[in-house]
Design a protein around this ligand. Sequence first.
Ligand code: PSV
Ligand code: MN
Length: 388
Amino acid sequence: MDLSADVLTQLTTQAIELPSWAFGNSGTRFKVFATPGTPRTIQEKIADAAKVNELTGLAPSVALHIPWDKVDDYAALRGYAEELGLQLGTVNSNTFQDDAYKFGSLTHSDKATRQKAIDHHFECIDVMDATGSQDLKIWLADGTNYPGQGDMRGRQDRLADSLATIYERIGENQRLVLEYKFFEPAFYHTDVPDWGTSYAQVSALGDRAMVCLDTGHHAPGTNIEFIVAQLLRLGKLGSFDFNSRFYADDDLIVGAADPFQLFRILVEVVRGGGFGPDSTVAFMLDQCHNVEEKIPGQIRSVLNVQEMTARALLVDRDALSAAQDAGDVLGANGLLMDAFYTDVRPGLAVWRESRGLPGDPMAAYAASGHQQELAAARAGGTQAGWGA
Ligand code: PSV
Ligand code: MN
């Protein structure tokens, strides 16, 4: 199976947004290992994202996290990004690092605390207006640790009210995407634990409210591609946060833990019209690089998505439908596996070179000396990490 001109043309449109926080230091609650050359400012994070885009042609935008990426002049930040060939993308709110939110933010029983969280989202919308960002992404740490600790029903009602107030402020060309996560930091119950809750909440808001599916936020064994199919069917899949997990919210490189799962997800994306110029689904990474270098970690990640998209595009749809309709169980399964087992890497390398990109972006980066240059240039200052 070769990569046809049609498949390559479709791949030309692929864009994967990078998270600014992927370039900062991160780790576990046990230890954060610093990497020489780690950005100290949002400008340096953007410069690193631009390097990923330069070598892959896959990552034309970078997501911001407020307040981690706070600056005085967002229009200037936008200008800086544009000079480097990037757009500023999704604005991620943060209601999980403030003492006031110990017992919740948009769901809190105290009106003033809810208003504080709402005001924070208003601030994020102001940032979006200045940066030209389309999506406001809300992930909530809200939940409880013990049965009886909170009124789960009341919290849903308050969440609906808070979201409605935020949604009213969203501009005509902007969207609100609500992310779900089945546990952590709350362990007994989480206020937005699953796609169904996110779907119910955003459906009540309107057309510009959508679900964000973070691939790392499901219980082991969950059929994520089914959720993808269902949300696309319902017209409510707004965006992806791509990453890999073995055990929890591991935030490892997408496609690293289970490449076959990533393939299956992308098969449903393609099947459901979620890929290509007519799709409004936004593709983003939500990852951290705890022990590996960050720029090559991001390069590896976007290449993984590209490779699995290419394989998903190779599925012979007509033959698959025919086999499915004929009840040809093994034939249908074989068609899917043929696409999955096709090594698209040599074909993609040739295609990249034809577009003026390095055939092997990982090797090109390693040979460039860029990492060493950054390590020398970025001596001193405070390296960015979660919270800065
Ligand atoms: C926390 O789980 C998290 O990783 C969510 O997935 C958000 O998307 C991200 O942090 C940024 O706030
Ligand atoms: Mn996420």
